[in-house]
Design a protein around this ligand. Structure first.
Ligand code: PAF
Length: 281
C-alpha cells in the first residue's frame, strides 16, 4: 500500500495508474476510521476498483470557529493499518499546509441543497466540504468516489457538485453502518461519555419508531405530529435537538406529509457532541 503526503505525488501516481488502465476509487475520510469507513472501502472493492485511494485529512475549512477542529480525533498509524487490512492500495494523508496555500481565495459553493439542515446550522461547512472534495477529485483522478449515507445532506451536495461541475466521477453512497445498539457509527462517538452514549440511542430509536409508524399508517403520514414526538423523545432522553426535519430525499425540499422516498433527518447534541442520523422511508 502506498502512502502519500504530497498532493503532486498522489496526482502523478493516480494519473499513471489511470493511463495503465486501472479503475480508481476514492474514499474521502477525516480519519479515525471505524467500521462505517471500512464499509466504504469494501464497497470500492466490490465495484472492482483497481486502485483504492483513501484520503485521511481533517479538513480545517469545513469546521466553524467554535467547532471541534482542534479536538477532532487523529489516529494516523491505526488508520494506515486499518486501510491496509481493508484492502486500500493507497492512503493520502496531507498536512493542511500542503492542501491550502496561505493566500488561497477560491471556494466551491453549492447554493441550493446545502442551504438547510446542517448547512443552516454550520455556516460555511458545505463550502469547506465542496472545496476539499473538489481538490481531492482533482488530485486522485478517481472514476468513482464512495461516501457514507450517514452524512445524507453531504452526499446530496457532493453529487450535485460533481454533476454541475462536470467532474465525470460517479458518486456512490453506501448505507449507514450501525453499532448493535443502533447508534450510527461516527468518529465523534469517541467524545461520548457512557451516559451520553445511552442518550444518543434516542436518535436511531426515533427513526425506527418512525419507520414502524409509517408502515402501520400504510405509507403516508402527516409529519408535524411525528416531528413533535421525535423532538420530545430526544429531549426526554437527555439530548438537545438541533433539528428534526423531513424532506424529499432527492430535492431535500421539506415535506408536510411523509411518503415513500422521504428522508427524516435528525441532529442533536449529547453534551457538547453534535450527532446526526437519518432514515429514508
Ligand atoms: O465526511 C467526511 O468525513 C468529510 O466531510 C469529507 C467528505 C472527508 C470531506 O472532508
Amino acid at each position: 500500500m502506498k502512502i502519500f503526503a504530497d498532493p503532486a505525488e498522489l496526482s502523478a501516481w493516480t494519473l499513471s495508474r489511470r493511463a495503465a488502465g486501472a479503475r480508481i476509487a476514492l474514499v474521502p475520510t477525516m480519519g479515525c476510521l471505524h467500521d462505517g469507513h471500512l464499509s466504504l472501502i469494501a464497497e470500492a472493492r466490490r465495484r472492482n476498483a483497481g486502485e483504492i485511494v483513501v484520503s485521511v485529512f481533517v479538513n480545517p475549512v469545513q469546521f466553524g470557529p467554535n467547532e471541534d477542529y482542534a479536538q477532532y480525533p487523529r489516529e494516523a498509524e491505526a488508520d494506515i493499518e486499518k486501510c491496509r487490512a481493508a484492502g486500500a492500495t493507497a492512503v493520502f494523508m496531507p498536512s493542511p499546509g500542503a492542501m491550502y496555500h496561505p493566500d488561497r481565495s477560491t471556494w466551491v459553493v453549492e447554493e441550493n441543497l446545502s442551504a438547510g439542515f446542517c448547512g443552516a446550522r454550520r455556516p460555511g461547512h458545505f463550502r469547506g466540504v465542496c472545496t476539499v472534495v473538489a481538490k481531492l477529485f482533482n488530485l486522485a483522478h478517481p472514476d468513482f468516489a464512495v461516501f457514507g449515507m450517514k452524512d445524507f445532506q453531504q452526499a446530496a451536495v457532493v453529487k450535485r457538485m460533481a454533476r454541475d461541475l462536470d467532474f465525470g466521477i460517479d458518486i456512490v453512497v453506501a448505507p449507514i453502518v450501525r453499532e448493535p445498539s443502533g447508534l450510527a457509527m461516527s468518529s465523534r462517538n469517541k467524545y461520548l461519555s457512557p451516559a451520553e452514549r445511552e442518550s444518543a440511542l434516542a436518535l436511531s430509536r426515533s427513526l425506527r419508531e418512525t419507520s414502524a409508524a409509517f408502515a402501520a399508517a400504510g405509507g403516508e403520514m402527516p409529519w408535524e405530529p411525528r416531528k413533535r414526538a421525535i423532538s420530545a423523545a430526544l429531549s426526554q432522553a437527555g439530548l438537545r435537538p438541533d433539528y428534526v426535519e423531513a424532506a424529499d430525499a432527492e430535492t431535500l425540499e421539506p415535506v408536510e406529509t411523509l411518503r415513500k422516498g422521504c428522508v427524516v433527518l435528525l441532529a442533536a447534541f449529547a453534551g457538547k457532541t453534535r450527532l446526526i442520523d437519518n432514515m429514508v422511508l
